[in-house]
Ligand binder design. Structure first.
Ligand code: UD1
Length: 426
């Protein structure tokens, strides 16, 4: 198993290119299942999760090819088996995004239940309820969702669906299914995340009739069939946010090419009050910071909420900043019940953090000192890398397969900015 070895204390300078968003690329790969025509995606990041989605597409019979520069060609003509097996779904929950498209186009699908994951129980009941409202019969047995369109019907039917909570992949699954349903579907309480908007824009290029994406009410008028398209995956706001936090922590001056400041308002607001400069520039954003060692950073309290609020996927990376900034902060996690697993590892590096249920209280400034730490989930891993970049001495981050799921060559990008970081085969 690979690990990252980091010797901290260096500021970051230069330019980094932000990759396409994992959370947009995954549903967009699934959207190719909605048509028999070829689909081309550009700017697809090189990630383990993308490879897993490729494996899933291929076992179902989809032709899927990609080049090193992020170009992907998919062709989902006739499939031999619309089935997503447990072996793949258990490694990546987003596999559940094949359910809506398969059901809408082929009339049946068998998809493993994803089960829990490190950060919480993460059920898919809203996906199931929504599809049932559209006329699907879904039986859960032996760990699988066996879904089919009711006997005598050829297609799903439009429905008025209000989800119990805002769910990103739930919205995406139902929106994709609705594109090929009979009649109009309205999704109330829909997710407004930029990745949902990017998926809607791709579906519209395929011939879907969608309105209201980017709001809490999405209206989809079903069409007879969708055609192929070419689409560029939106830039990854969480990767960009992670680099913002890294530069804030170490100090330096970095241009994030392609980074979308307009997708990170809540994070950038907090960075400004923390004492970091983030400016919108042509083609991206520029971040400048004197770093934690300057004593100029002021800890910021925040609570995670759905977009456009503070993203849960940035909670861990911002928390490490709070640990080294002046003063106390209160971090409240409202989306997932078990998303403080990085805390114990940060404490091993010298951070002072107390957890009480959904709230973590940090007390700063802490002087971090290098140690061996263990990555526990994707964003927790990123926070440990940022901690390592600041810590005195050497930090070894183990179990970085979590990091490889969602960050495109993070150590290569950080090294180009001046960090002392290397991947070591263990
Ligand atoms: C997506 C993102 C993930 C991000 C999360 C929240 C992808 C591939 N992943 O995950 O990176 O952290 O949004 O921004 O886009 N819930 C239910 N029942 C459901 C669906 C969700 O109870 O049927 C709950 C979840 O357990 C969670 C909350 O709703 O507490 C939000 O989850 P959701 O938005 O669905 O997260 P994902 O789409 O899985």
């Amino acid at each position: 198993m690979d690990k990252l070895v980091i010797r901290g204390g260096r500021p970051l300078h230069g330019e980094v290119a932000i990759s396409g968003a994992k959370n947009a690329a995954l549903p967009e790969l699934c959207a190719a299942l909605l048509t028999a025509e070829p689909v081309t995606l550009r700017n697809v990041p090189q990630l383990k999760d993308v490879s897993t989605m490729f494996a899933l597409m291929r076992i179902m019979g989809v032709q899927a090819d990609r080049t090193a520069d992020g170009l992907v060609h998919l062709n989902a003509g006739p499939l031999h088996d619309p089935k997503a097996p447990y072996e793949l779904v258990k490694t990546m929950r987003a596999s559940v995004l094949v359910l809506g498209p398969l059901l809408a186009r082929f009339g049946h699908a068998v998809v493993s239940l994803p089960g829990g994951c490190g950060i919480g129980s993460r059920p898919v009941d809203q996906h199931i309820k929504g599809l049932q409202a559209m006329g699907a019969e879904i039986v859960v047995e032996h760990g699988y969702m066996n879904a089919k369109i009711a006997a005598g019907k050829k297609r799903l039917r439009g429905a008025h669906i209000t989800t119990d909570m805002v769910t990103v992949t739930g919205t995406e699954n139902l929106m994709m299914a609705a594109t090929l349903a009979d009649g109009v579907t309205v999704l109330e309480n829909a997710a407004q995340e930029p990745e949902v908007v990017d998926l809607a824009e791709m579906l519209i290029k395929m011939g879907a009739k969608i309105q209201g994406h980017g709001t809490h009410r999405i209206r989809i008028e079903g069409v007879d069939h969708l055609h192929g398209c070419e689409h560029q995956v939106v830039a990854d706001r969480i990767e960009a946010g992670t680099f913002l936090c890294a530069v804030a922590a170490t100090g330096g001056d970095v241009l994030l090419r392609f980074g979308r400041a307009d997708h990170l308002d809540a994070v950038i607001d907090k960075l400004h009050t923390l004492g970091v400069h983030v400016d919108v520039v042509k083609d991206g954003m520029r971040v400048r910071s004197d770093g934690a060692a300057s004593g100029e950073l002021r800890a910021q309290s925040f609570r995670t909420t759905e977009y456009p609020g503070f993203p849960t996927d940035m909670q861990a990376q911002f928390m490490v900043l709070n640990c080294v900034a002046q003063g106390a902060s209160k971090v409240t996690e409202t989306i997932f019940e078990n998303r403080f697993m990085h805390v114990n590892e940060l404490v091993r590096l010298g951070a002072r953090i107390q957890i009480d249920g959904k709230v973590a209280i940090t007390e700063g400034p802490a002087a971090l000192s290098g140690a061996t730490v263990m990555a526990t989930d994707l964003r927790a891993s990123a926070c440990l890398v940022i901690a390592g970049l600041m810590a005195e001495g050497q930090t070894d981050v183990e179990r970085i397969y979590h990091l490889d799921r969602g960050y495109d060559q993070i150590e290569v990008k950080l090294r180009a900015l001046g960090a002392d970081i290397e991947r070591v085969k263990a």
